[in-house]
Design a protein around this ligand. Structure first.
Ligand SMILES: Nc1ncnc2c1ncn2[C@@H]1O[C@H](COP(=O)(O)OP(=O)(O)OP(=O)(O)O)[C@@H](O)[C@H]1O
Ligand SMILES: [Mg+2]
Length: 277
């Protein structure tokens, strides 16, 4: 990894753009004891945003999601036509990098739970972001972790907040069970609707992103204000905002959960009502 590292220790909140922000983890300077990977059920060759570890900091265990470096040029085919081809790479990154997506979603969740307008249960609690120290990077590299440095654009990376330092988000450690079943789906759907009401769109509702009936992954989320949502035509923006409800129903069908709970009108009910009418 290149030697030059920006001083990131003074960064208190991210991302540095309009909208919600995530705070730095309060024990950012404490040593981390890295334990096993939690994201092991992946399919062979699956492209991922990063790695999730069980880890101990001071006396408590957490789940730490370590993000790969992000090159906004890799998604320019998508944001270029919407935001404009000459949009600054850092601006594009604030709205497309999975790390910033999580920062923005958790920033809004924190604001809303503080104001008591959102109950915290739908998302696994988050404790803030950290920049890994060199010894942590060395430890993880020895475990074969690839931070994706080969894919980055050095000029862009050099000038980002944190520079060459690897970014991570600290969350509560959840049990490995998804907790999605016929008893919990009603509450989960209410939680998703509440997130949407607070203008957080997870955009990746599926079974593997739940633990203990709570969402663990906001890496694909869009939280308003969001430049991509603003740039979409009305119809596309409406579809983006409905994505969580559609994916929730797909999850119920795909996982064959025995329930009538649906986010959108349930075709089975509609048929029954027509038959009764
Ligand atoms: N807080 C947590 N506690 C326990 N396990 C977790 C936690 N966060 C994530 N995991 C495990 O790690 C897996 C990957 O986490 P996550 O979905 O956040 O990463 P990802 O890189 O976005 O994955 P993908 O892109 O495949 O969705 C989860 O499916 C879950 O099994
Ligand atoms: Mg995931």
């Amino acid at each position: 990894m290149p030697k030059k590292r920006a001083s990131a220790s003074s960064t208190k909140e991210l991302p540095p753009c309009h909208g919600p922000k995530l705070h730095v983890f309060q024990h950012q300077n404490s040593p981390i004891k890295w334990m096993e990977r939690l994201d092991i059920d992946r399919e062979e060759g699956e492209e991922t945003e990063g790695y999730v570890f069980r880890a101990k900091i001071r006396t408590r265990e957490y789940a730490i999601k370590v993000f790969k470096f992000y090159n906004p040029l890799s998604s320019k085919y998508f944001w270029g036509p919407l935001l404009g081809e000459d949009t600054a790479l850092e601006t594009a990154a604030y709205y497309t990098d999975p790390f910033f997506a999580e920062c923005r979603a958790y920033g809004r969740i924190k604001e809303a739970t503080k104001k008591r307008s959102l109950k915290a249960q739908i998302a696994i609690p988050c404790h803030g972001f950290i920049f890994l120290k060199e010894n942590d990077e060395r430890t993880l590299s020895k475990l074969g972790i690839d931070f994706g440095i080969a894919r980055i654009d050095s000029d862009f990376q050099q000038n980002t907040e944190g520079g060459w330092r690897v970014r991570a988000i600290v969350k509560d450690l959840a049990p490995q069970d998804t907790g999605v079943d016929k008893k919990s789906v009603g509450k989960i759907l209410r939680g998703i609707r509440a997130l949407n009401k607070h203008k957080i769109y997870n955009m990746d509702i599926h079974l593997d992103n739940f633990r203990n009936g709570q969402l663990v992954d906001f890496g694909s989320s869009w939280t308003e204000p969001h430049l991509l949502l603003d740039a979409q035509h009305d119809h596309a923006a409406r579809n983006s905002k409905l994505s969580d409800l559609e994916k929730f129903d797909e999850m119920i069908e795909d996982e064959e959960i025995q329930t009538d709970v649906r986010a959108r009108p349930n075709p089975k009910y509609c048929r029954k009502l027509r038959a009764w009418g």
